[in-house]
Design a protein around this ligand. Structure first.
Ligand SMILES: *Cc1c(COP(=O)(O)O)cnc(C)c1O
Length: 861
C-alpha cells in the first residue's frame, strides 16, 4: 500500500544530513519526554523532517485514502498518519529480515492464542522517535494529534494478562534485536465491548477492523492449507513397514496477516503473524459442482467461523470443539510457516532444525503444536520416531500461567477423534513411551502413578490433558513469578519435577516501559530523562537514580505535580464516561483487571461498604476523601462475576448521590476496561489494589505498571507482589492478609466463613446490608448472591478471612496519605525500584535460560 507512493511522499532513503537537521527541529520544540526521545543520536535510523512528514501524511490522505485536508475526518487523518509511519516501519522491517536471512539466525517463535496489542500509533511514533515530528506536522495542518490517535480502535485480541504479556514480549524482542516472530489468530471479533446498562454488563461485538486496519498487511504468498477431520489409513509399504496416511475431510485455508512491531529507536522490527481462516475455494468448487451449492456455502461459513471470535474466558477453560479447532488451526499454520522458512535454507535436512528454532508455548493453548510437529516430521518429512521426538523435545518450551484447576485444559478424546484422528494416535504413542519409559523406571509397576501422570485421564469421558503433553514435550517449563514457579514445581507437577528436575524454572513477568511509562506518562518520563538520562526506557534499572531524590522536598513536589495532573485528566475522563464528579485531591484507589472471585473485587467492595457505614453512623466524621475506581470485564457466562459488577455499580450510584457523606467517598466503575483505558487510568493511580487470595494470582502484571507509575501497592503476598515489595520495600506499600502457607493451612484445617461472620459485628452488618434493598430500591435480594457465595457456598477465596486485615491496611493508607512528604517519598521509591519488571529483563531471562538466542544489529541497507 505504502510503496506505491513512497517515492513521492517522504523519501525513505537514509540521508544523514536530513536526520541531523531534524535533531535541531526537535530540540527547539522540547516540551515532553515523548518529544525528547525524538532527538537522541543513538540510532542511525532515518527520521523525516516535520515538512517531509507533513507531505507524507497529506499525500496518503489524498492518494491512498482519496480525500482532502478540508474534508478529512479524524479517522481519515489517523489512517494517513499510519500509512506515513508504515513507510518507515516497512523500510526497517526489510532491513531486519535481510540481516537475519544473511546470518541464518536462530529465532524464537512465540505461539500464543492471544495478543492484547491495544493501540499502536503513539507507541510506534515514540519507538521511531518521530512523535514530536508527527505532532508538529499535524499541528501545521490544524490537526490535534491526541484527537486523531483516539480514533484508533484497540486491537483487543486477548482477554487480559496473558495476552498483554505476549504483546509486551513482542515489543521487547524487537527492541533487543532478537530474531523472533509472534504467531496467533486473526480474530475478526476481539474481546467483547462492554456496555453498562442499568448497572449490568452487556456484551457487544468488537469489530476492530470493520473499516480495515491500516497496520496489517496480508501475505497471500504465505497462505497455508490446513487439513481437518477424516480418518487414518495404515498403508503397508512393499518393505513391510506401515505408513500412516491421513485422509482429512476438510481443507481450511490459513491466510496470514502481518503486523510489524518496531523496537525502541527502531532497533529492529518483529512481525506478529495472525492467521485468518477462509474456505478453501477449490474444495468448495468441487462440492458445488457435485450439486451441493448450499453445502458449499455451509462449508464456507464453517471454515470462516474458526477465526471469527475470541473466547472471552479468562482463567476458565471452554472445552468446545470450535476452540480446539482454533488452537489446532493457528498452530498447524504456524508450523508449516516455520518449516517452509527453515527449508528455504536447509532443504529438508533436519539435522540443524533444533539449533535454528525455538518454539515457546504461551500456556497450553498451543500445546497441540507438539503433536502437529511430530506428525509433520514423521508423516510428511519421513523422519523416524526417535529423530522426530528428539527434535520436538529440543525445540519446545512451555510457560504455565495458572494453577486454577478450572483453567487446566483438557479435551475429550472423542473430540480429538473427530477433528484430529492422526494427532490422537501420536499423543497415544507419546504417552505409551513416557509411561513405559520414564514412569516405569522411576515407579515400577505403580498403576496409580501411571494413571496420575498419563496424558489421558481415564473416566466416563476420557480426556487429553494438555498440560501433561506440554511438560513431557518441553525442554523447559516455567512459571511466571518466583512463588508461582515454586508452586508449579512442588504442587502442580511434583512427579514430573522428580523425573526432570532441571526442566523447571522461573521467568518473572515484566511489562514494556515504552508503553507503560514513556508513552502513557510523558510527565513522569520527563523527570526520568532528567535524573536517569534518556536511555532509561532501554535500561530500566537506571531509574534507580531517582531514589536519592525521594527525600528532596522540591523533587517530591514535582513528582506529585505530575501525579496530580494525571489525576485531573482522569477525573475529566471519568466525568465523560461515568457522569461522576471526582476530586483529584482525593486518594485515587484503583482496581482494574478481569473480574474474578480469586482477584477479590468483592473484598474491595466490602471495605467500601464498611467505610460508607462508618460515615453514616457519624455524620460529623471526616476522612481523607477517597475515590474507588474499578474497571473489569466478566466472562459472559460467569454469573457471580457479573453480579459483582452490578453490585459495584448500584452501590456506587447510592454512595455518589448521598449528600450526607459530603463527597468524601466516591465509587466509579469505568466501562469497557482495555489497554487504551489502562494507559489513562494507571498514571493517575495513588493506590494499586492487588488483593488476590495468596497462591492464586500467578504473577499479575498490572501491579508492575502501577508501581512504575508511582502508585503504592495495597496487596497480598501473592504472585509478583512479593518481588515488587522486595524491590520497593514493604514499608513503602501496604501488605495484608494470609500468606500462601497460611491459606493452605486454613483450608487444610477446614475453613468456616461463618466464624468470621459471627465474630466480627462490622463484617456481619456489611454482609447483611447486601440482603436489603438499600442499594436496589424495591428489589431486596438483588445483591444477595455475593453474600451467599461468601457464606453458604463456603467462601472459596477466603474473603472473610482477610477482611479485618484488609480493613486495617486501608486505615494505614489513609494515615500515610495525610503525610504528603512520606507519601511522595514512598511513591518515588516505588517507581524508581521497578527496573526488574521491564519485559526486557524477562526476555533476557528467556534468552539465557531457555531460547539461547543471539541479537543482531540491523544493517542500515
Ligand atoms: C496489564 C493488563 C491486564 C493484566 O492485569 P492484572 O491486574 O495483572 O490481571 C489486563 N488487562 C489489561 C487491559 C491490561 O493492560
Amino acid at each position: 500500500m505504502a510503496s506505491k507512493h513512497s517515492k513521492k511522499s517522504a523519501p525513505v532513503q537514509t540521508v544523514k544530513t536530513v536526520a541531523s537537521q531534524e535533531t535541531e527541529v526537535a530540540k527547539s520544540a522540547v516540551t515532553t519526554a515523548v518529544d525528547n526521545c525524538d532527538c537522541s543520536n543513538e540510532s542511525d535510523l532515518f527520521k523525516p523532517t516535520v515538512e517531509q512528514f507533513k507531505q507524507s501524511i497529506v499525500n496518503h490522505l489524498r492518494r491512498t485514502i482519496g480525500t482532502s485536508e478540508k474534508k478529512a475526518s479524524n479517522l481519515a487523518w489517523w489512517q494517513a498518519v499510519v500509512y506515513a509511519v508504515n513507510e518507515l516501519v516497512f523500510e526497517r522491517l526489510t532491513q531486519t529480515q535481510a540481516t537475519h536471512a544473511g546470518n541464518d539466525t536462530r529465532a524464537v517463535n512465540y505461539l500464543s492464542a492471544e495478543f492484547l496489542m491495544g493501540r499502536l500509533t503513539v507507541n510506534n511514533l515514540c519507538n521511531l522517535e518521530v512523535y514530536n515530528t508527527c505532532k508538529d506536522a499535524l499541528a501545521s495542518l490544524g490537526v490535534d494529534i491526541n484527537a486523531i490517535c483516539d480514533e484508533e480502535p484497540d486491537m483487543a485480541l486477548g482477554n487480559g494478562g496473558l495476552g498483554r504479556l505476549a504483546a509486551c514480549y513482542i515489543d521487547s524482542l524487537a527492541t533487543l534485536k532478537y530474531p523472533s516472530i509472534g504467531y496467533g489468530l486473526h480474530y475478526e471479533n476481539g474481546l467483547f465491548r462492554q456496555e453498562i446498562r442499568g448497572g449490568r454488563q452487556v456484551e457487544r461485538p468488537d469489530s476492530w477492523r470493520e473499516y480495515g486496519c491500516p497496520w496489517e498487511v496480508c501475505r497471500p504468498e504465505s497462505v497455508q492449507e490446513i487439513p481437518v477431520g477424516g480418518y487414518v489409513e495404515d498403508q503397508v509399504a512393499p518393505d513391510g513397514t506401515i505408513h500412516k496416511v491421513w485422509h482429512p475431510d476438510h481443507i481450511i485455508k490459513a491466510v496470514p496477516w502481518d503486523i510489524p512491531v518496531v523496537g525502541f529507536r527502531g532497533s529492529s522490527v518483529t512481525v506478529l503473524r495472525l492467521w485468518e481462516s477462509r474456505a478453501n475455494e477449490q474444495f468448495n468448487w468441487d462440492v458445488f459442482n457435485a450439486g451441493g451449492y448450499v453445502d458449499a456455502q455451509e462449508e464456507k461459513a464453517a471454515s470462516e467461523t474458526i477465526s471469527k471470535v475470541l473466547y472471552p474466558n479468562d482463567s476458565t477453560e471452554a472445552g468446545k470443539m470450535l476452540r480446539l479447532t482454533q488452537q489446532y488451526f493457528f498452530c498447524a499454520a504456524s508450523l508449516r510457516d516455520i518449516l517452509r522458512r527453515y527449508n528455504r535454507a536447509h532443504h529438508h535436512d533436519y539435522s540443524a532444525f533444533a539449533s535454528k528454532i525455538a518454539i515457546q508455548l504461551n500456556d497450553t493453548h498451543p500445546a497441540i503444536a507438539v503433536a502437529e510437529l511430530m506428525r509433520l516430521l514423521l508423516d510428511e518429512e519421513g523422519l523416524n520416531w526417535d529423530s522426530a521426538w528428539k527434535i520436538v523435545t529440543d525445540v519446545f518450551a512451555y510457560t504455565n500461567h495458572t494453577l486454577l484447576p478450572e483453567a487446566l485444559e483438557k479435551w475429550p478424546v472423542y473430540l480429538f477423534e473427530r477433528l484430529l484422528p492422526r494427532h490422537l494416535e501420536i499423543i497415544y504413542e507419546i504417552n505409551a513411551r513416557f509411561l513405559d519409559g520414564e514412569v516405569a523406571r522411576k515407579w515400577p509397576n505403580d498403576n496409580g502413578m501411571r494413571a496420575k501422570l498419563s496424558i489421558i485421564e481415564e473416566g466416563p469421558c476420557r480426556m487429553v490433558r494438555m498440560a501433561h503433553l506440554s511438560v513431557i514435550a518441553s525442554r523447559r517449563v516455567n512459571g511466571v513469578a518466583e512463588i508461582h514457579s515454586q508452586l508449579v514445581r512442588e504442587q502442580l507437577f511434583p512427579e514430573f519435577a522428580q523425573i526432570w528436575p532441571d526442566r523447571f524454572c522461573n521467568v518473572t513477568n515484566g511489562v514494556t516501559p515504552r508503553r507503560w511509562l514513556l508513552a502513557c506518562n510523558p510527565g513522569l518520563a520527563e523527570l526520568y530523562n532528567e535524573v536517569s538520562g534518556k536511555d532509561w526506557p532501554l535500561h530500566l534499572d537506571s531509574c534507580a537514580k531517582m531514589r536519592p531524590f525521594a527525600d528532596k522536598p522540591d523533587f517530591q513536589k514535582r513528582f506529585m505535580d505530575v501525579k496530580y495532573k494525571n489525576k485531573v485528566a482522569l477525573a475529566a475522563e471519568i466525568k465523560k464516561l461515568c457522569g461522576v464528579e471526582v476530586d483529584p485531591h482525593a486518594i485515587f484507589d484503583v482496581q482494574v483487571k478481569r473480574l474474578h472471585e480469586y482477584k477479590r473485587q468483592h473484598l474491595n467492595l466490602l471495605y467500601i461498604l464498611h467505610l460508607y457505614r462508618e460515615l453514616l453512623s457519624d455524620p460529623t466524621k471526616t476522612i481523607v476523601p477517597q475515590v474507588f475506581i474499578f474497571g473489569a470485564k466478566a466472562a459472559p457466562a460467569y454469573t457471580l462475576a457479573k453480579d459483582i459488577i452490578y453490585a459495584i455499580n448500584k452501590i456506587g450510584e447510592r454512595i455518589n448521590n448521598d449528600h450526607r457523606i459530603r463527597n468524601q467517598l466516591k465509587v466509579v466503575f469505568i466501562p469497557n476496561y482495555r489497554v487504551s483505558l489502562a494507559e489513562k487510568i494507571i498514571p493517575a493511580a495513588d493506590v494499586s489494589e492487588q488483593i488476590s487470595t495468596a497462591g492464586y494470582e500467578a504473577s499479575g502484571t498490572s501491579n508492575m505498571k502501577f508501581a512504575m507509575n508511582g502508585a503504592l501497592t495495597l496487596g497480598t503476598m501473592d504472585g509478583a507482589n512479593i518481588e515488587i515489595v522486595a524491590e520497593a520495600g514493604e514499608e513503602n506499600n501496604f501488605i495484608f492478609g494470609l500468606s500462601v502457607q497460611e491459606v493452605q493451612d486454613l483450608k487444610a484445617k477446614g475453613y468456616n466463613p461463618w466464624d468470621f461472620y459471627n465474630s466480627d459485628a462490622d463484617l456481619k452488618a456489611v454482609l447483611d446490608w447486601l440482603d436489603t434493598d438499600y442499594f436496589t430500591p424495591g428489589q431486596p435480594g438483588a445483591l444477595s448472591s455475593i453474600k451467599r457465595s461468601l457464606l453458604d457456598h463456603g467462601d472459596p477465596f477466603l474473603v472473610l478471612a482477610d477482611f479485618a486485615s484488609y480493613r486495617d491496611a486501608h486505615k494505614r493508607v489513609e494515615e500515610l496519605y495525610k503525610d504528603k512528604e512520606r507519601w511522595a517519598r514512598a511513591a518515588i521509591i516505588n517507581s524508581a525500584s521497578m527496573g526488574k519488571f521491564s519485559s526486557d529483563r524477562s526476555i533476557e531471562d528467556y534468552v539465557h535460560n531457555i531460547w539461547s538466542l543471539k541479537s543482531y544489529d540491523v544493517n542500515n541497507k
